[in-house]
Every structure is written in structure tokens, then in C-alpha cells.
Design a protein around this ligand. Structure first.
Ligand code: CTP
Length: 406
């Protein structure tokens, strides 16, 4: 049973949302209806109240509601935000990140998946502004139940009619269904975060990696039933449920932690931004400033992924190896070279020249480069990207390597 927030916005299809609420309840879900001001011109809130047996939320400003800031409280407790029907106006507000009513604020505050069932006049649906807004939301991981074609309330014939309630309920069920436990019995080692290379007791050379991508992969692997060890450099994130955290600091510590565990793993995903260089020596005391410039000698660290790639072949038990690459240009060519150089099975290449992907942001767009081909994963949440990476990795796990490595 899931807790679902059902946003009803102002379209003629609002009456069908009553059937959606009833259908969700039949599946055992708890539904909280949220009606926008214009939705209430089409259907009365009493109808939803009677169906859901819960108070219907119609405003952010109802006295008493701000005692526990309701949109935040609801945001953290729901498993899904469903908007049916979703008007062009609400789609636009979500795409722009506006928050001028309860529903749009809830959309920003929740981390639950979002499913929208658009409904509007055909020309509105085809307008470039709406097309762009839908694409933008899709790239962020929002899912859609496409409208149907037929006679619209406005007398036109075309695409724009709210999908049938049964189809919307079925889409909810698909989305909430736990992923098949495809990684049960698999041991997965994930590295994440930056490494800190100490110069002296107070200073270090580090990088801007937040660890989000690696933590998302670790969390998704655990959800799929794997036994997950997360070897992480310094990060503010907490280990995802079901994973075992091994905290390390430097590239050398990460090397040791990974090498000690890789023999037992079926899969190693190197999402960490491991330092390529480390100070030749760490000063035992704080380095004092001098008048002239300071020269620090950095030496190469050991490449963990390349060391793993030199282990005996997959046929004799070497784990599947996935590397991550941060590139600013010639993404695929450079990733292909890295794949061969490091003896990995797959490279997840990040174009870090984009502001909305890569380091320290919630979203990512990657290219999966393997010996068996190249897959583009468009911009979406890091959790959704993690799922796409693991879908591809599962294929690798199922295919024993035909080419034993030397
Ligand atoms: N890696 C590693 N050990 C290192 C450095 C990197 O295992 N000492 C891993 C990273 O975890 C990542 C991949 O190797 O999976 C990144 O490859 P790398 O060649 O370091 O790429 P970039 O640093 O992105 O780029 P460059 O080629 O410029 O070094």
C-alpha cells in the first residue's frame, strides 16, 4: 500500500480524477487529494472527500495548516505525486519551478516520483512552449501518461483528452511496483565521493565530487537486492539503506579498501573521483608561509580501476568492472580509449562541461560506453541515471566474457 498525493488541476477531465482516486483506493493505496482553485470550478471538493475519506487540500493558507507546514509534511510522507488532469498551466509551473499554490509547492518539496497525466486542447498540447516544458520535466525524471485522441470537450478532434482512469491507475501500479530483485545474491562494490590528499595536518588537495552519483548507484543496487559495500571518500551524504559503508580519505586508502574486497565482488563500480596525484610527502606539521612561492611536488597515485583490470579474466572470477569518466570534449572517443586502457567492461562518461550534469548537482546525463556499443542516457535525476546504468550492467553480469583478458 502506498501513500499517494493526487493533484487535480482545472480541466474538464477533473471529473475523471474521481474515478482515478477510487481506482487507487481499490488497489489499497491511501489517497490525499489536492485541488487547485480552477479544479474546484469543475468538481466539488466534497466529492473527493467522500471518496478518499480524507480532508481535501485546497489552499496553502487554511488556518491551522501551517502548524506543521503541511506541504513539507506531506512531501516527505508520500510515495508518489500524481497529477491528473495536468493542465498546460500546471505543467508550465512545474517546469519553471514556481511555487504559488499548494500543489506546485508540494512538487518542489517532495523527492517522491512524479507522474502526470496531461489534458488540454490539441493545439495547446502541440504548442512549442508546452512541448518544451514536457521535455524539460521528462529530462528531470517526471513520468507521463499520454493523453488519448478523440473528441475533445472543446469540440475539436485530436490528441489531448485525459487518459482513461484505468490507464492512469495501471501506470501508477507500474511505477510503484518494486523493481524485480534482479541483483539478489550479487555482491556489489561501489566507490564514491572525492579523495583528500593531505599536504599537512590542516590542508589537503581534493575535488568537488559530492558522492551523489555513486551513492545513487549503491542505493539502487541495494534496492535490487544486491549485497552492497560502499567505499566512500569524504561526503556529507548518508549511506543509502541496505548498504555497508567503508569510509576512506585518500586515494591510497581507497586503493587498499577496494583491493581487499574486490576478490569477493561480482561487480565493482568506480564512481569515485580518485585523485590522480598526491603530495610526495605529507608534512608532519602545518606548513608555514614564506615570502616566496611554495612548490609542492605531487606524485601519481595508483590507478585502482586499471589495477582491477589487470586481475585474471572474468572467466576466472574477475568482477565486472565499471569505470566513470569526467570529460569535457570528445566524450565517446576518450571513453573508448579509457575502456581499453583500463581493461574495464563499461565506462559511464559524464560531460562535465554541462552545468546541469556531473559534479555537485542533482541531475546527470551520461553516455554508457562498452565494447558492445554506446547508449545515451539523457538528463534526469541521478537516481534515474543509476537505474539505467544498472540495467546495462545487469546485461553484462548475465553474459560471461568471451574474451578472457591477459
Ligand atoms: N580511477 C581510479 N584510480 C585512480 C584514478 C581514477 O580507479 N587513481 C578511476 C575512477 O574512479 C573512474 C576512472 O578511473 O572510474 C576515471 O578515469 P581517469 O582516467 O582518472 O579519468 P579522468 O580523471 O576522468 O580523466 P583523465 O583521463 O583526464 O585523467
Amino acid at each position: 500500500m502506498a501513500s499517494i498525493a493526487l493533484g487535480v488541476t482545472g480541466g474538464i477531465g477533473a471529473y475523471k480524477a474521481v474515478e482515478v482516486a477510487r481506482g487507487l483506493q481499490k488497489h489499497g493505496h491511501e489517497v490525499t487529494a489536492i485541488m487547485t482553485r480552477s479544479a474546484r470550478r469543475f468538481v466539488g471538493e466534497a466529492t473527493f472527500e467522500a471518496i478518499t475519506r480524507r480532508r481535501v487540500i485546497t489552499s496553502q493558507w487554511t488556518p491551522g495548516l501551517n502548524a506543521d507546514i503541511e506541504h513539507i509534511a506531506l512531501a516527505t510522507s508520500i510515495d508518489l505525486l500524481l497529477v491528473a488532469p495536468a493542465t498546460a498551466n500546471t505543467i508550465g509551473k512545474f517546469a519553471q519551478g514556481l511555487a504559488d499554490d499548494f500543489l506546485s509547492s508540494l512538487h518542489l518539496a517532495t523527492r517522491a516520483p512524479v507522474l502526470m497525466a496531461p489534458a488540454m486542447n490539441t493545439h495547446m498540447f502541440e504548442h512549442p512552449a508546452v512541448v518544451e516544458n514536457l521535455a524539460r520535466l521528462r529530462a528531470r525524471g517526471v513520468q507521463f501518461v499520454d493523453p488519448g485522441e478523440g473528441y475533445l470537450a472543446c469540440g475539436w478532434v485530436g490528441k489531448g483528452r485525459l487518459a482513461e482512469p484505468d490507464a492512469i491507475v495501471a501506470a501508477v501500479e507500474r511505477l510503484l511496483r518494486p523493481k524485480a530483485s534482479t541483483l539478489v545474491g550479487r555482491r556489489v562494490l561501489v566507490t564514491a565521493g572525492p579523495t583528500y590528499e593531505d599536504l599537512d595536518p590542516v590542508r589537503y588537495v581534493g575535488n568537488r565530487s559530492s558522492g551523489r552519483m555513486g551513492y545513487a548507484v549503491a542505493g539502487e543496487a541495494a534496492r535490487r537486492g544486491a549485497e552492497v559495500t560502499l567505499v566512500s571518500g569524504p561526503s556529507r551524504l548518508s549511506a543509502p539503506p541496505g548498504t555497508t559503508l567503508v569510509a576512506v580519505r585518500s586515494a591510497a586508502e581507497m586503493h587498499e579498501a577496494v583491493m581487499a574486497r574486490a576478490g569477493e565482488a561480482d561487480l565493482v563500480l568506480m564512481a569515485a573521483a580518485v585523485a590522480d596525484y598526491t603530495p610526495a610527502a605529507t608534512a608532519p606539521r602545518k606548513i608555514e608561509k614564506q615570502d616566496g612561492p611554495l612548490t609542492v611536488t605531487l606524485v601519481r597515485t595508483r590507478d585502482i580501476l586499471a589495477d582491477l583490470g589487470r586481475l585474471p579474466s572474468r572467466a576466472s572470477g574477475r568482477p565486472v568492472l565499471v569505470g566513470f569518466a569526467a570529460e569535457t570534449h570528445e566524450v565517446v572517443t576518450r571513453a573508448q580509449a579509457k575502456l581499453a586502457r583500463k581493461g574495464a567492461d563499461l565506462i559511464v562518461a559524464n560531460d562535465v562541461s554541462r552545468a546541469d550534469a556531473g559534479f555537485d548537482v542533482e541531475t546527470n546525463a551520461v553516455t554508457l560506453v562498452g565494447t558492445d556499443g554506446v547508449d545515451e542516457v539523457p538528463l534526469q535525476s541521478k537516481a534515474a541515471v543509476a537505474a539505467r546504468i544498472l540495467d546495462r550492467v545487469e546485461l553484462l553480469l548475465a553474459t560471461p566474457s568471451l574474451e578472457p583478458r591477459s
